[in-house]
Design a protein around this ligand. Sequence first.
Ligand code: SF4
Ligand code: SF4
Length: 278
Amino acid sequence: MTKANVHRIIPFSAVDGPGNRMVIFLQGCNFDCVYCHNPETIALCNHCAICLKACPSDALAWENGKVCWNEKLCHHCDSCIKACPHTSSPKVREMNIEDVISYMEKVKPFISGITVSGGECTLQIDFVKALFQRAKEMGLTTFLDTNGFVSQDAFIFLGDDMDMAMVDLKTWNKEAHRELTGKDNTLVLQSIRYLAEQHKLYEVRTVIVPGLLDNQQTVKMVSQLLSALDQNIRYKLIRFRPMGVREKAASLEDPSDILMEELSDIARNEGCKHVIVV
Ligand code: SF4
Ligand code: SF4
């Protein structure tokens, strides 16, 4: 039976693809971004038990050599996540397809589709494909939210079970990308090109972080690339927010309205027709 480590499921989202969507966040990531807003999605829990004492609600217990989470007792204060030294969470659940389908069935009348996100969801590609197949049988659309650091074979494997994808391009400069994420962006750019050629690239996203990245260069170069591939691909510019990030990124500042306006002008001037600033 195909299983996945699921970080959490959000029944309704209006920002993870078109329409109202259920979003399934899978645990585990192959990037380690300095500014990650959800660092607790990066690693798998190693059951070190350090977080046990941090829970004020007795929602965590030690059973059979593992930390077990009791959802009914949890009031989601995230004290456990703050206490975890391993960028993980004790609330990650191993779920099979039927577990997730039961969530989908409850909200199906109110959603247009599902988006599988992360972490980096393509690390659990067999589960993603099986889930997309079941979603399509239910008449739902299927979107992938990926960091793009994945071989083209993964997209070929998903085939038409995946409707479209959203890809992050964090910074254009390869060395800066390596410093930011731990990997360079060659594979990410290959993913963007391949998905666009297949007419499956819904959106590219860049988080704007003043003082850390050359935002102007990234927006200019990404916009040139997207307008050459297809001017209708959405380019979303996302303001960095210091909430929820690790200590080393907490002193970074969020961008001004003036900077966001300047960057959206650059994107439009380079030929992008759909520039979204959030
Ligand atoms: S969530 Fe973190 S602190 Fe808690 S048991 Fe797992 S690895 Fe240890
Ligand atoms: S979020 Fe973590 S610490 Fe807070 S109540 Fe739930 S299990 Fe306990």
